[in-house]
Ligand binder design. Structure first.
Ligand code: NAP
Ligand code: GLV
Length: 306
């Protein structure tokens, strides 16, 4: 069995060694132009030429959860596109989102500024009941985040394409459930995949429906958010702030207004990183299952887009 590795911005050696150790007997190599046909590929943002030269792939394993960049390419028709299915990402996402929500709710930025100025002063405690959190996307990451937020006793709402039941989370579904979901939330966490249906979904219309003093946490994709609409609602005071991990252009261009905005906290697309060992173990297990003709989890529906 031949495995080819073609991942942008990723040091190949540790992945190649890990895949060889996990799949003894397989030939694992980094893709080069003109390389022989492989059975399976491990990829992140591969060039179109790679896919054009590998028409007989059985499995195309993305080393991330989001497959939006991959689905923009022309793919071999019969290949199974497989996303990372948690592989250590959901706990990181839960940490990140809970940190952002709690930092805002408990006004830790304000306390930090006060302490830096030598000011010992208290703020009035805020009521959790007044900070309902909405999680857009109740998939692998969204459900974990919703559960983690419930642990801190925030009221939590969730929104997905198809109806879901998550303990202690008020679940809304479909386009018809969106406005009610938004109106129920003061803090909005975006964990949707980027698809034609979800592009630009965080816009003036939707964000205006959040409760006054709303707060936006975007940890999915930059193209979900209409930047100027966020800025306008922050300036009008309808939104109190935002934590953004993902951007339309990454790295975020030096001249972008987000960098200096006093109500925006930025991180460099790091909320849930791909963990190499967990990912290799998961991908190797799925390659073995596919080779045995068994079904696997995490196969992307190319029409749905996730
Ligand atoms: P997932 O398991 O595929 O879950 C996607 C969720 O979104 C599902 O609940 C799905 O609904 C819902 N959804 C999709 N289209 C929708 C629509 N049109 N309307 C309403 N709900 C819709 O994905 P995941 O593993 O949780 O990952 C989510 C995204 O997080 C990824 O696609 C990626 O973009 C992003 N991500 C970011 C980072 C980072 O570091 N910033 C890391 C990992 C992932 P159904 O349940 O009904 O299908
Ligand atoms: C990261 O953004 C991922 O999709 O895994």
């Amino acid at each position: 069995m031949n495995i080819t590795f073609c991942c942008a911005d990723t040091r190949p050696e540790p992945w190649l060694e890990g895949l060889r150790a996990a799949l003894p007997g397989a030939t694992v190599s980094e893709w080069q132009v003109g390389a022989p046909q492989a059975d399976h590929a491990v990829v992140w943002s591969p060039p179109q030429q790679f896919l054009d030269e590998q028409p007989g792939l059985k499995g195309l394993f993305n080393i991330g959860a989001g497959v939006d960049a991959l689905l923009r390419l022309r793919l071999p028709p019969g290949v199974e596109v497989v996303r990372l299915d948690d592989a250590g990402m959901s706990v990181q996402m839960a940490e990140y989102v809970c940190h952002a929500v709690i930092r805002h709710f408990r006004e830790f930025d304000g306390y930090e500024a006060d302490m830096a100025r030598g000011r010992w002063s208290f703020r009035k405690p805020r009521m959790r009941a007044e900070f309902p959190v909405g999680v857009m996307g109740l998939g692998v990451l969204g459900q974990r985040v919703a559960r983690a937020l419930r642990h801190f006793e925030f009221p939590v709402h969730g929104w997905s394409r198809t109806p879901k039941a998550v303990a202690d989370v008020v679940c809304h579904a479909g386009a018809q459930g969106l406005d009610e979901f938004l109106a129920s939330c003061r803090v909005l966490v975006n964990l949707l995949p980027l698809t034609p249906d979800t592009r630009d979904i965080l816009n003036r219309r939707t964000l205006s429906r959040l409760q006054p003093g709303g707060y936006v946490i975007n940890v999915a994709r930059g193209a979900h958010l209409v930047d100027d609409d966020l800025l306008a609602l922050l300036d009008s005071g309808h939104l109190a702030g935002a934590t953004l991990d993902v951007f339309r252009t990454e790295p975020l261009p030096k001249e972008h207004v987000f960098w200096q905005h006093p109500k925006i906290t930025l991180t460099p697309h790091t909320s849930a990183r791909t963990l190499r060992e967990e990912s290799i173990a998961q991908i190797a297990g799925k390659i073995r299952a596919l080779e045995r003709g068994e079904p696997i989890a995490g196969v992307v529906d190319r029409v749905r887009g996730y």
